[in-house]
Design a protein around this ligand. Sequence first.
Ligand code: C2E
Ligand code: MG
Ligand code: MG
Length: 490
Amino acid sequence: MDVLPDMEQGPVEQGLRTENERLRRENVALEHRLSAIEKKISYHPLTGLPSHFRLELEIEDLIDECRRREPRGCFTILIIQLGENYSTVRKTLKVSVSEWILYQTGCRISGFLRENDKVFHTRENEFVLLLPGLKGEALASFLRGILPRLAEPHIFAGFSVTIGVSTGAAYWPEHGDDRSRLMHHADVASGVAAEQKKAFVLFRPALLQLAVEKIELQNSIIKAIEASAMERIGEQFFLSFQPKLFVRAIEGQTLVVDRIEAEALIRWRHPEKGLLMPATFIPLAEETGLILPLGKWLLYQCARRLAGWAKSGLERVGLSVNLSARQFRSEDTATVLESVLARTGARPDLLTIELTETSLFEDTTSAASTLERFAALGVRVSVDDFGTGYSSLSHLHRFPLDEIKIDRLFVENLTTNHQDRIIVRSLVSIAKGLDLELVAEGVEDPKALDMLFEMGCRGFQGYLIAKPLLIDDFTAFAEKIIKADMRFTY
Ligand code: C2E
Ligand code: MG
Ligand code: MG
């Protein structure tokens, strides 16, 4: 402590004092800087909401508080993740668009919170909510309010964007007594929701098993595809064929058919798990990159099938094959396509490549050049699941496309949902304007079929016509229509 006046101090003491003072000032400045940094990382710069740094502290506090309360309190941790189309928007549109969407999402969520609820903006596309005392039916009712609000379109000048969300939740204390276990389990639930494109998944221990199974499945897909030569892929994988009919007229329950096609849909006969559908393994094949050899095999199978039909009286029957995003991005695919067409002698104009909107709009420049290569080979290109992803309609006309497939989602509720009818009507007029063929997928209801035809849609695929068929059954199906003078009665 300084008790002596300056003049009575020697030069050493004075030097020490100055040094002390300098250190003190530096300390204060450092503290200011640290608290500014802490403030910065504690809040998301865009939404101003507390970040994941705050989340950890707040969960600890909330757990303490709930433990102290008599009777003991409880809370739910709810993770809201923005869907894949958010990252597409982020990659394809101006930064200000995605920033506005995040800001709006934060506001929409905040609008639903009760006094003690808290929201955190933890990762760019993730918000986490702490909801004291809210579970079971009360949580369900909260979700019934907030989910439709989040699914409302974000309006910009000249266009609007709808962002899908998936949510996962875990309860304290049932699903994890301490912070790290609770957060892990909420994360697992949210991961499953995102993967299975579900609006909401509540944690249950079986979900952990699902993660283990995913790894096991990953190992066996590696074995099935990579282990040996191409021919052996066919020992476990096979194609089923779903009819896709282009219709000229409808007479009651009879369709007058212009053209018959099939969509090739892959199936996996797993040695232990039995028959697996593509939704369970295509994402894995994408993640591991194994979709590339698998896709090569698929293209070869399809071209061979077309060439086979040409020799057996089904020379006008076409075939569609799905191409995943990773395959579409791979430079190799156009080359593979060229070589399988040459090797099999299949007619390119009878082969349709189905791509999703997302793969098309992920990188529009390289998409355009790949599509040009497809067009030069003479194959047709169709945009699958149209209307579910984010479609920049202004880009659509720049691509050499042949067909649009309206997603099942809009077809399903066509007869009951006015909004879906408006969407389908506008898709019909877009397709007309761009001179594209239109196919409705997932047609199950005769009323929907009639309505779609009346609106101007001419291509139909769905259980009303036929489920995916084994190859011999599809051949018989096509032969029967040809014999009946291109008429099909459902
Ligand atoms: P997608 O290309 O949109 O295929 C249509 C899916 O809808 C098929 O499911 C089909 O069985 C189903 N579906 C058809 N009509 C109806 C209907 O009336 N009602 C209902 N509820 N469903 C109907 P699947 O075979 O499970 O295929 C799912 C997705 O897996 C496909 O969607 C496609 O994206 C992907 N996929 C299938 N095969 C392949 C493939 O060979 N390669 C790649 N990359 N993806 C594939
Ligand atoms: Mg498809
Ligand atoms: Mg589809």
